[in-house]
Design a protein around this ligand. Structure first.
Ligand code: CAA
Length: 388
């Protein structure tokens, strides 16, 4: 067993780090403050292949592996978690359903422009009354009597990149004109077609530069060829996508924690109190030790989950357990570490002059989206006990 990265992976990590530190860090505070979508840096991320890391080059991506993906997400999120979120939506939430379940035509038409970063995609599972209990969605897609299209009526909420997405993957209960129920299915919806509307945008605690809104479909006509997979396969697709996406969110949480840790470490060496660097006090060293230990555990779990994701792609098995463990641990670590990093900085940690308070606000979402910590514990608990 070898825990070191390969030379190729080191190169990819360094390329992502250079881009993130040189292009994103200088604008991160400004976009956090304005809440504007950082279109220019996202365009540059697309040029570097970061909007479709695992997507084959023939479909506009970089053709790399899951380890490369977590390295990229982690470096970008260390610079700014909002950028990490936007990058992860195109890669995972939009890319995976098409890559794993899409037809050749769907990949060419819809995946290619999103994976190359030319346009943005989004994923619409959650509804105002159904978040964790995703199957309780009310969205409805009815097949037309001539079988050419579905009429979709839906209200979806918390749609990351919703305000800027050209294509959105929408999940809905499906029925036929005669009333037969056909289960949940997944559809590619074009935001520029009639019947699609963006609702209110969410004012958020963190990841403020990522755009989030409600979307509403009213008698939206979706051609049958824009259904992903079979009728009734939608819930399985949604869950498979989350198994991939959660690995990315774990990597995002790792990146946020790493950035907060490095800032706290530097501050603990520089800041003097009672005539000494505060890092020489046991109370600060204990915090540094606990932060470091948890971050290193997150790193191993994130890399293991990425490895399991690659294995799952080869064998057709699931990477559900590893994804949930990595997301749960890394997101709780990000909360712990950013909290301690603010504390080590004292008043400066609370000030907007430094990024510590932003790291702290951004970390929180990693415990909520793509499945809360409670859902990750449910997934792990069900897996281990075999009980429901
Ligand atoms: N992969 C493939 N199939 C899966 C699966 C997985 N990981 N998990 C479940 N399934 C299948 C099951 O095998 C089962 O199939 P059959 O009916 O054929 O037996 C079916 O799905 C139903 O499974 P469950 O009975 O386990 O489903 P459940 O209703 O109890 O829910 C859950 C399971 C894990 C709680 C799931 O609802 C869940 O993950 N909820 C959280 C949803 C979530 O993460 N939402 C975040 C939205 S995305 C987001 O955050 C947006 C954003 O923009 C960032």
């Amino acid at each position: 067993m070898d825990f070191s990265l390969t030379e190729d992976h080191e190169m990819i990590r360094d390329a992502a780090r250079d881009f993130a530190q040189n292009e994103i860090v200088p604008v991160a505070a400004q976009f956090d403050s304005s809440g504007e979508f950082p279109a220019e840096t996202i365009r540059k991320a697309g040029e570097l292949g970061f909007m479709g890391v695992e997507v084959p080059t023939e479909y506009g991506g970089a053709g790399l592996d899951p380890i490369s993906y977590v390295l990229v997400i982690s470096e970008i999120s260390a610079a700014d978690a909002a950028h990490g979120t936007i990058v992860s939506v195109n890669n995972s939430l939009f890319g995976v359903p098409l890559l794993s379940f899409g037809t050749e035509e769907q990949k060419k038409t819809f995946l290619t422009p999103v994976a190359s970063g030319e346009i943005n995609g989004a994923y619409a599972l959650t509804e105002p009354q159904s978040g964790s209990d995703a199957r309780a969605m009310r969205a409805r897609a009815t097949l037309s009597s001539d079988g050419t299209h579905y009429v979709i009526n839906a209200k979806k909420s918390w749609i990351t990149s919703g305000p800027v997405a050209k294509y959105v993957i929408v999940f809905a209960h499906t029925s036929h004109a005669d009333g037969t129920e056909a289960g949940i299915s997944a559809f590619i919806v074009d935001a520029e077609k009639p019947g699609f509307a963006c609702g209110k945008t969410e004012p958020k605690l963190g990841i403020r530069a990522s755009a989030t809104c409600e979307i509403e479909l009213t008698d939206y006509e979706c051609p049958v060829e824009n259904r992903i997979g079979d009728e009734g396969q939608g819930f399985k697709i949604a869950m498979t996508v989350l198994d991939a996406g959660r690995v990315g969110i774990a990597a995002q949480a790792l990146g946020i924690a790493q950035a907060a840790y490095e800032a706290a470490l530097e501050y603990s060496r520089d800041r003097k109190a009672f005539g000494e660097a505060i890092g020489s006090f046991q109370s600060i060293q204990n915090k540094i030790a606990d932060m470091k230990m948890r971050i290193e555990a997150s790193r191993l779990l994130v890399l293991q989950a990425a490895w399991a994701k690659a294995k799952a792609a080869e064998t057709g098995q699931k990477n559900t357990l590893n994804a949930s463990i990595a997301k749960l641990h890394a997101s709780e670590t990000a909360m712990y570490v950013t909290h301690q990093a603010v504390q080590i900085h004292g008043g400066m940690g609370y000030s907007k002059e430094l990024p510590l308070e932003r790291y702290f606000r951004d970390a929180k979402i990693t415990e909520i989206y793509e499945g809360t910590s409670e859902i990750q514990r449910m997934v792990i608990g069900r897996h281990e006990t075999g009980l429901r």
